[in-house]
Design a protein around this ligand. Structure first.
Ligand code: BES
Ligand code: MN
Ligand code: ZN
Length: 503
């Protein structure tokens, strides 16, 4: 899909589909009234008969019948202006693109509603991201003709209201920069989605390494190392390697580095990379196991984010680390009651082999803390069902003892339009992790499960400023929303880029 700045005003734009956005009652909108007059009251009559009130999610589509240069007109509601936040435009961009594809339009021109120049760039970015992400399809394994059919929409133009004057150079620059940033972010999110949606039979630990290598090859500023299981053994990563013991796929530690010419800070992003989680001997029931190829969503997010960061540039040195393995059952698999020795020497009694993520992450955190020695580190993990119970399927749980860092992260996530909510690292729950035979055990009780997982990880983070992001809910969706078709969402990529990439 190509994006452009359309300089003709709404009434004279020649396009297959003219799209306008209204904040509630359409009759209050000047563009709507102008189009209504041009169509001989066609728009207001349609609005009346279809009870269109400009609410979020509502839409009207009309054949213009020659009344405008555009073949069709679509009016999309976004809800009252006072309540609309920029990320709402991502869904609007997605719906606009979906309407275009439904009616077979090759081009569309969207009239940007008046938001004030400060928010224009942000809205254009969200609209463009939505258009790309809302038409994302994982079709690699579909063989039918319908599935192979390409989207009709090729050109997505933006009409920026200029009150009769020519668009200024500054406006053109804003449109161009917003479109570019959106394209880079949406490409990275789509890459993460592809990695997540691939079946575990394909997306093995080695394949995750290959994806990282492909990104490093694209950018001079990015280097990669894929550490073998043997190398990880030499490093003493006993927790990480235990999880992959039951698999025929070799465990791999993937380490990508983006280096700017001069770096301010060193920031590490750690992703959970369990390419399939059967639960191990604490076997998951079939329905809970069905979607467990998504258990590498954190790895996909941090790896794909490096691609966008390298394209956009960052003033920081950014590391992405994923300890990748499969949690399976076999004669070599780790068992309940085993005592593992982690990279930092802590011993851990296994009382549940399905709490494998914290074992892989614990050693990844120690690797980062001691080998990378970052100023800040973040981990992204589909870690606990308990986090979904607490916050629902759309919100990530954020845990940290570093208030300033945590607030800065949450602010970036909010700007990026990804729902995240802080949970406390309640120290008292630490008791649940006591073991009679080792320094600790890997799981606590059912209540507070997201927090005890966070406390387990904290043991390894020690004093390094660290934020833990549990993405078990939002990493994949079973019901779609406009800019997120069902399956892997690429959640966290947009927030990471917002936090780290240059403007
Ligand atoms: N990968 C799962 C968590 C998960 C659940 C991710 C649902 C995405 C959707 C994780 O490894 C796991 O199995 N966690 C256990 C922890 C428990 C044994 C303490 C869980 O949540 O049940
Ligand atoms: Mn598990
Ligand atoms: Zn898991």
């Amino acid at each position: 899909m190509e994006f452009s700045h359309v300089v003709e005003p709404a009434l004279s734009a020649s396009t297959d589909l003219l799209v306008m956005v209204v904040f509630g009652d359409p009759s209050k909108d000047a563009t709507f009234r102008a189009l209504d007059t041009a169509t001989g009251k066609g728009l207001s009559e349609a609005a009346k008969s279809e009870s269109f009130e400009g609410k979020s999610g509502q839409s009207l589509v009309l054949w213009s019948n020659g009344a405008t240069k555009a073949k069709r007109i679509a009016v999309l509601g976004i809800g009252p202006k006072s309540e609309v936040e920029l990320p709402a435009f991502r869904d609007v961009g997605a719906v606009a693109a979906q309407v275009a594809n439904k009616v077979g339009a090759k081009s569309l021109a969207l009239v940007l509603p008046a938001l004030g120049s400060q928010r224009e760039g942000g809205a254009i970015q969200m609209l463009a991201e939505g258009a790309i992400l809302g038409t994302y399809k994982f079709g690699r394994y579909l063989t039918g003709a319908e599935a192979k059919k390409a989207s009709s929409l090729q050109h997505f133009g933006f009409i920026v209201e200029t009150k009769g004057k020519k668009p200024t150079a500054a406006q053109s620059r804003t449109v161009k920069a917003s479109i570019e940033r959106a394209s880079v972010i949406a490409a990275a999110v789509s890459r993460a989605r592809d990695m997540i949606n691939e079946p575990a039979a394909y997306m093995t630990p080695s394949q995750v390494g290959a994806e990282a290598e492909a990104i490093a090859k694209k950018h001079d500023s990015v280097t990669v190392q894929v550490l073998s299981a043997k190398k990880c053994e030499d490093l003493g990563m006993g927790m990480f390697l235990a999880v992959g013991k039951g698999s025929d796929q070799e465990s791999k530690l993937v380490h990508l580095v983006y280096k700017p010419k001069k770096a301010k800070k060193k920031i590490a992003l750690i992703g959970k990379g369990v390419t399939f989680d059967s639960g191990g001997y604490s076997l998951k029931p079939s329905n809970a196991m069905e979607d467990m190829k998504v258990d590498m969503s954190g790895a996909a997010a941090v790896i794909a984010a490096i691609d966008a960061i390298a394209t956009l540039g960052s003033e920081h040195e950014v590391h992405a680390i994923a300890a990748c393995c499969e949690n399976l059952v076999s004669g070599r698999a780790y068992k309940l009651g085993d005592v593992l020795t982690s990279m930092d020497g802590t011993t851990v009694e296994i009382n549940n082999t399905d709490a494998e993520g914290r074992l892989t992450l614990g050693d990844a955190i120690t690797y980062v803390r001691t080998k990378v020695q970052p100023d800040e580190m973040f981990d992204f993990a589909t870690l606990t069902g308990a986090c979904m119970v607490a916050l629902g399927p759309y919100t990530a749980g954020v845990m940290s003892d570093h208030d300033g860092l945590c607030r800065a992260w949450l602010a970036a996530a909010e700007r990026a339009g990804e729902d995240m909510w802080r949970l406390p690292l309640t120290t008292r729950l630490r008791e649940q992790l006591k073991s009679p035979v080792a320094d600790m055990r890997n799981t606590g009780d059912r209540f507070g499960g997201a927090i005890t997982a966070g406390l387990f990880l904290k043991t390894f983070a020690k004093d390094t400023p660290w934020v833990h992001v549990d993405i078990a809910g939002p990493a994949s969706l079973s019901t779609s929303r406009p800019h997120q078709p069902r399956g892997g969402t690429g959640f966290a990529v947009a927030s990471i880029v917002e936090y780290l990439a240059k403007r």
